[in-house]
Write a protein that binds this ligand. Structure first.
Ligand code: AN7
Length: 368
């Protein structure tokens, strides 16, 4: 039969498995399942630099194919699953993992079952999982219940687990640290990011550690991870039975990578902090209205963390800071329509009349 696989011009970013094949141990034996993930922009954020005196960049992971960083790990996990002959994968999710698993599984021609907490994932993510043909099951419990169930099912039935307890996920996700180092030509002084299961915190720490061992960086960044106040098991030092936060992506009470994350904090002189929902939403507003980067609420927590740590005097002037903003704002857009006092933002309505619009905009007619 004729080979109908379209070829990709060499100048297009080819996805993390091909771009970093040698570093991920990818050989001819692995059927690469990719949607072109990775290669996301590291965006200077002058508005955040002005507020803190640091050199601040945001790594915009919402630019991945399904709109979150999960795609870096999912290309690896699904490729390896297919390599091992899996016909079905399963995951628990607060939303983004399910969207990503659904897209990569369907691209590979296998099925994805996703377990999500009923009524607790953002509409965009639910839509993605359904659009990509996942078998979506809403569980009458929280994320932690879903993960217990997914592990149980993967152990006892012929389905392959693609949560971040699968080491292939972490391996794929560490490529984001490679990209940061490539752009900055060294590691930053600080790296800030949201923490749910702490898989991504673990992955970045690994990526940076490898770069140091290869001799392409001079240091490890101090890794600062942030959890929502109502959902902060690592900060509290014990699981949270009923986690609550507006940041539904990180509404996780018993992180899967807890021990790994504590080791990474130790190794990087890192920190875990808690942020209130109000501060998360304020940071969300700053990212949208001052930086021009639209994220989902959970993804703004690193910015709130920067402002908190800067205020505490922990971030020296001139320090290089990278904040990973993990997921796109279009997944959960409703928050943009809430003003600071909690009221709904209502756009002005006008008749078809330019003078009226000029009045609303405060424009004064030019005199010629
Ligand atoms: C936008 O999709 O756990 O600390 O099931 O969606 O590696 O868990 C999502 C997590 C941060 C936390 N930001 O990352 C899931 C899920 C966003 C996220 C996190 C998630 P980890």
């Amino acid at each position: 039969m004729a080979d109908t696989t379209p070829r990709i011009p060499s100048r297009q970013w080819r996805g993390v498995l091909t771009e970093y094949a040698d570093r991920l141990g990818i050989t001819e034996a692995t059927p690469v399942v990719t949607l072109g993930e990775g290669g996301t922009p590291l965006i200077p954020a002058p508005a955040l630099s002005a507020r803190t005196g640091a050199k601040v960049y945001v790594k915009f992971e919402g630019m991945n194919p399904t709109g979150s960083f999960k795609d870096r790990g999912m290309t690896m996990a699904i490729s390896k699953a297919v390599e091992h002959g899996a016909k079905a994968v399963i995951c628990a999710s607060t939303g983004n993992t399910s969207a990503s698993a659904a897209a990569y599984a369907t691209h590979a021609g296998i099925t994805a079952a996703v377990l999500v907490p009923e009524g607790k994932i953002a509409m965009g993510k639910l839509s993605q999982a359904i659009a990509h043909n996942a078998q979506l099951i809403q569980v009458q419990g929280n994320f932690d219940d879903c993960l217990d169930l997914a592990r149980d099912l993967a152990e006892n039935y012929p389905v392959h687990l693609v949560n971040s307890v699968n080491p292939d996920r972490i391996a794929g996700q560490k490529t984001a640290a490679y990209e940061v180092v490539e752009v900055l030509q060294d590691a930053p002084d600080f790296h800030l990011l949201p923490v749910g299961n702490a898989g991504n915190y673990t992955a970045y720490s690994r990526g940076y550690t490898e770069e140091l061992e290869r001799g392409v960086t001079t240091k490890l960044p101090r890794m600062f991870g942030f959890q929502a106040e109502g959902s902060a098991p690592i900060v509290l030092g014990h699981p949270v039975a009923h986690p609550e936060t507006v940041a539904s992506a990180i509404r996780i009470g018993n992180p899967a990578s807890w021990e790994l994350a504590l080791a990474a904090r130790e190794a990087t002189d890192g920190y875990f902090g808690a942020i209130s929902d109000d501060d998360i939403l304020a940071a969300h507003r700053i990212l949208s209205a001052e930086v021009g980067v639209f994220v989902e609420p959970a993804s703004a927590i690193g910015v709130a963390g920067l402002l908190q740590r800067s205020e505490a005097g922990v971030i020296p002037a001139g320090a290089t800071v990278v904040i990973t903003v993990t997921g796109h704002g279009l997944k959960d857009p409703q928050w943009a329509l809430r003003s600071e006092d909690g009221s709904e933002v209502k756009p002005t309505v006008v008749p078809v009349d330019s003078a009226e619009i000029a009045g609303v905009l405060g424009l004064v007619r030019a005199t010629s």
